[in-house]
Design a protein around this ligand. Structure first.
Ligand SMILES: Nc1ncnc2c1ncn2[C@@H]1O[C@H](COP(=O)(O)OP(=O)(O)OP(=O)(O)O)[C@@H](O)[C@H]1O
Length: 252
């Protein structure tokens, strides 16, 4: 079943067209990566799906229902959670309080407690630091807390914006192990990454995004063939001549 359908989405900031008539989709339980260089429009796409940034045009459907005019809270209530690139944790609150805030829209207090315990078993480091102010955590711990906080909303669709940004390789491994665990549990995942190799290790399908457009789409196996990704990111796509499958746009 189709979980998310984004069709013809355009996002504009002043004179900048960050997302240009972009269409992507995600099936139930699928892990889909958005790969592209800085400034390609990946974060804008995620934030627009989350309802934080408005779309200029296009539609966003969640399980067939148009959520284009829904508030951020309504989208969280419909099962969408985002871990932004900025991580957005509350630095002056404790680890435990940050996790509780992630569940603030939920009404099932008893299950929330069980979920917090689940977060602590998923991230033992957070359990050790549950009383510590989040601002004092390391970058990796803050990323785990940001993911844990998003998971506390029990998302059906989790969007992660460059979860490995600025992290040591060993911590990145841990973050990716967690993503693999979430994938096994059936959560649909939309993952923004600049590192194609990392993303390919976990995703079912990927879109290559450049200058606000999808320039390639396929499974990791398809995209890895013949250096298509490198070609798109560093080669001919830069000149706007990479041609892809029919539903995928061509860079202009
Ligand atoms: N709030 C904003 N106001 C004005 N321009 C913005 C804003 N946010 C993003 N942009 C611009 O929109 C374009 C797309 O940015 P976006 O952050 O979505 O790209 P990205 O692919 O996520 O890149 P990065 O990995 O650097 O975050 C860029 O040109 C960026 O400078």
């Amino acid at each position: 079943m189709r979980h998310l359908d984004v069709v013809g989405l355009t996002v504009i900031y002043g004179a900048v067209r960050a997302v240009a008539n972009m269409s992507i989709h995600l099936d139930e339980g699928e892990t889909v990566a958005l790969i592209g260089p800085n400034g390609a429009g990946k974060s804008s796409l995620l934030l627009t799906i989350a309802g934080v940034v408005p779309a200029r045009s296009g539609s966003i459907k969640l399980r067939g229902e148009d959520i284009g005019s829904a508030s951020v809270e309504q989208r969280v209530g419909s099962g969408i959670s985002v871990v932004p690139e900025t991580r957005d944790i509350f630095a002056k609150l404790s680890v435990h309080e940050n996790l509780l805030i992630g569940a603030s829209l939920r009404r099932d207090a008893a299950v929330v407690k069980t979920d917090i315990d689940r977060m602590y078993s998923l991230f033992p480091r957070l359990a050790e630091r549950r009383k510590q102010m989040a601002g004092f955590l390391s970058g990796g711990e803050q990323q785990m807390l940001a993911i844990g906080r998003a998971l506390m909303a029990r998302p059906k669709l989790l969007m992660l914006d460059e979860p490995s940004l600025g992290l040591a390789p060993i911590i990145t491994d841990k973050v990716y192990e967690t993503i693999a665990e979430l994938k096994k549990s059936g959560t649909s995942i939309l993952l923004v990454e600049q590192n194609a190799e990392r993303a390919f290790g976990v995703c079912d399908r990927a879109y290559i995004i450049q200058a606000g457009r999808v320039t390639l789409e396929g499974s990791p196996e398809e995209l890895a063939k013949g250096g298509l990704v490198e070609q798109a990111l560093f080669g001919r796509a830069a000149a706007g001549i990479v041609r892809t499958s029919p539903q995928v746009e061509t860079a202009q």
